[in-house]
Design a protein around this ligand. Structure first.
Ligand code: ZN
Length: 441
């Protein structure tokens, strides 16, 4: 793949790609996902309509490192009904109304007995919180604080029509073979119910990225994972220890549709090529950005970067989880994510891939003083960018290409965007002034 093949400019006022990603998020939004069950399966099936996806079903009870694949959770209905028969909390209105992975219950309780099972956000009285009870059997319902305050002293019928049974944990893999068996891993969680930024934005951007790479001749092989957070990544790693050793670069994608600037959280290694590529692309992306050091909390980079694996996997986000008030509430909805932001996030991912695909080491075949560029027609502009800028890039590439420094290193050192360094290198190579240093395997 040559530089820029992935990139076509966003047409002013007509962001079809972003609209399509947002439409896909809208399609997935109503589904009640969880770490197991029909919701995540249906989500994977819809991803499969867009990209090739291999589905894996791992049986309940399978040991995966220190964990065990949990029971399968399915839900049909949940509600609280007052003594007049009116549903005052109704799962059919919002998937967040039920504590995710709740055990089944059907009882009549006084308000006092019911209250310990109700969750609301007093600070945000219109929003429904997102709560889970994955690893401790419990049940509960979530509601807006205003709904809670409106509950009168009454006897309430509470029903959670769910099941927790032996079944399977489902995950999806999209594998795109490249020239090399070395892999780039792109991972996102697909276990949250109706939450747009924290979940659906990662899924839609990853799906669109995979779709865009489908048509490209690739240097690396690409593996996209759509899985339930934590237990899904642990399960995949447990069952694919050998494959994991082929991961040369990786990214966890999440929270990519909100209005915030980009955040890149480095891998545990801190100086992996993916870290340098992401930091470089962020620096030139024209949006506010921040680079964060690795920490052992967050998304599935926690598993990929556990010391036994220590894979070079970073995490790309816009707003960081837990730092925006909408996080894990009903306000993280389809209005909270924006087509243009999804598009820019996709473009940024494509730029990072562009760096990985094209980052090579060259050797200046004429290293004794500067080669005479003028007599080769290389001391003028090829049009477009200013003369100085293009010549500057050529001089940087010639000077640094001693067989040891990569194009990414030259981009970092010169302050030039990778794409300009790459264009210069390709021109110099085609003029016979550079030769490519073969990759050591
Ligand atoms: Zn989350």
């Amino acid at each position: 793949m040559k530089s820029g093949l992935l990139q076509t400019p966003i047409g002013e006022g007509q962001d079809c790609l972003g609209e399509e990603m947002h439409r896909f998020a809208s399609e997935l939004y109503p589904i009640c996902r969880s770490i197991t069950g029909r919701g995540i399966r249906e989500t994977l099936a819809r991803i499969q309509q867009r990209i090739p996806l291999k589905l894996t079903e791992i049986p309940t009870g399978t040991p995966v490192f220190d964990w065990t694949v949990p029971r399968e959770w399915n839900i049909r209905d949940a509600y609280i009904r007052n003594s007049t028969g009116q549903r005052v909390v109704d799962f059919q209105q919002h998937t967040l109304h039920v504590v995710n992975y709740s055990a089944p219950v059907h009882a009549t309780l006084s308000l006092r007995e019911l209250k310990p099972h109700l969750h609301s956000l007093p600070d945000r009285p219109d929003w429904i919180p997102y709560r889970t009870s994955y690893y401790k059997e419990d049940w509960g319902l979530c509601l807006s604080h205003n709904q809670l305050l409106a509950l009168e002293d009454d006897n309430y019928e509470v029903c959670i029509d769910s099941s927790l049974e032996a079944g399977h944990l489902a995950l999806g893999e999209c594998f795109l073979p490249g020239n090399s068996s070395d892999e780039v891993l792109i991972s996102c969680h697909a276990c949250h119910p109706s939450l747009a930024n924290d979940n659906l934005s990662g899924i839609t951007v990853a799906t669109a990225l995979a779709a865009s790479l489908l048509q490209c001749k690739l240097r690396y092989s690409y593996r996209f994972l759509f899985l339930p957070g934590t237990i899904g990544a642990i399960s995949w790693l447990a069952l694919n220890k050998d494959t994991a050793q082929r991961v040369r670069h990786g990214l966890v994608l999440t929270c990519l549709g909100d209005m915030g600037g980009f955040h890149y959280k480095k891998s545990r290694r801190g100086d992996a090529e993916i870290d340098r590529a992401a930091v470089h692309v962020l620096r030139h992306c024209g949006e506010p950005t921040e680079v964060l050091d690795f920490s052992p909390y967050g998304y599935d980079e926690r598993q990929y970067c556990s010391p036994g694996f220590n894979l070079p996997v970073g995490c790309l986000m816009r707003s960081v989880w837990g730092t925006f008030p909408e996080y894990h509430t009903s306000a993280d909805n389809l209005d909270f994510i924006h087509p243009a932001q999804l598009t820019r996030s996709l473009r940024l991912c494509q730029s990072i891939v562009d760096v990985l695909e094209n980052n090579r080491v060259y050797l200046n075949r004429n290293p004794w003083c500067e080669p005479q560029l003028g007599k080769r027609g290389l001391y003028g502009s090829t049009g477009g960018e200013s003369l100085d800028r293009e010549i500057n890039a050529r001089l940087w590439v010639l000077n640094m290409s001693d067989g040891a420094h990569s194009l990414l290193y030259i981009a970092e050192k010169s302050g030039l965007p990778f794409s300009e360094v790459l264009s210069a290198a390709e021109l110099l190579r085609d003029s016979g002034l550079l030769s490519e240093v073969p990759e050591s395997s």
